[in-house]
Design a protein around this ligand. Structure first.
Ligand SMILES: Nc1ncnc2c1ncn2[C@@H]1O[C@H](COP(=O)(O)OP(=O)(O)OP(=O)(O)O)[C@@H](O)[C@H]1O
Ligand SMILES: [Mg+2]
Length: 221
């Protein structure tokens, strides 16, 4: 479980439009990396490919020696379940489940027994500063608190890799900065590889490496 990502000549087309033109990059295991670039440059497309939500039309993506780009749908679902945590712009928590239950969910999918998963979810919620909010529903929490639940949900299974698609876009500036600081601390403490797509320069400052996409091409790193 280390989270090294190798992207080699990845091409993605939608109909006639080529949205990734042979992107190659390497993210070291344990990195805290930003993926930046203007709207439409291909950030979400690339994250979805790395996370096994989608497949490239050409090129390869290898995560810890596993050629994710060559996997069929079932194997990609297993890859996502076992190795990847996702954090989304709109939090995507399940409204009818408490914070605790939301964080337990990935462990339930992995077959972790109930008592063990309750303990691990509670510890993870404490790690993101929400020990006192475990019983609340998402609608009873602020946006920043909801996003911290989403971070806890992404990290609770100790994935090799956590991918965030503009996780601070729906937070005010101070809350966004606090979330990025928390992600930086989690990256440091656990060594989880984090790749975060963002528009916000204050977020990029907090990462250790930045890859810039422009019109589906990597222009700097
Ligand atoms: N399912 C799809 N079908 C057709 N075109 C798509 C699809 N998904 C993305 N695109 C196109 O691919 C290009 C890259 O989109 P992508 O969502 O990766 O950009 P982005 O960098 O994440 O932008 P933003 O910062 O606005 O989120 C855009 O031109 C977009 O219109
Ligand atoms: Mg996007």
């Amino acid at each position: 479980m280390s989270g090294e990502i190798d992207v080699e000549g990845v091409v993605r087309r939608y109909g006639d439009a080529t949205v990734l033109h042979g992107v190659s990059l390497t993210v070291e295991a344990g990195a805290f990396a930003a993926l930046v670039g203007p709207s439409g440059s291909g950030k979400t497309t690339l994250l979805n490919l790395i996370g096994g939500l989608d497949r490239p039309d050409a090129g390869r993506i290898v995560v810890d020696g596993l050629a994710v780009s060559d996997l069929g749908a079932d194997a990609r679902a297993t890859y996502r379940r076992d190795r990847v945590g996702f954090i989304f712009q709109t939090f995507n928590l399940i409204d009818v489940l408490s914070a605790q239950e939301n964080v337990e969910l990935p462990l339930a999918l992995l077959g972790v027994p109930p008592r063990r998963r309750a303990e691990r979810a509670a510890a993870m919620l404490a790690e993101v500063g929400l020990a006192d909010h475990a019983r609340k529903l998402p609608t009873q929490m602020s946006g920043g608190q909801q996003q911290r639940v989403a971070v806890a949900r992404a990290l609770v299974k100790n994935p090799a890799l956590v991918l965030g698609d503009e996780p601070t876009a729906n937070l005010d500036a101070a809350t966004g900065v606090a979330l990025m600081d928390m992600l930086a601390a989690l990256n440091e403490r656990r060594g989880t590889t984090l790749v975060i797509a963002t528009h916000d320069p204050r977020m990029v400052e907090r990462t250790r490496v930045a890859y810039t996409l422009s019109d589906g091409r990597l222009v700097s790193s």
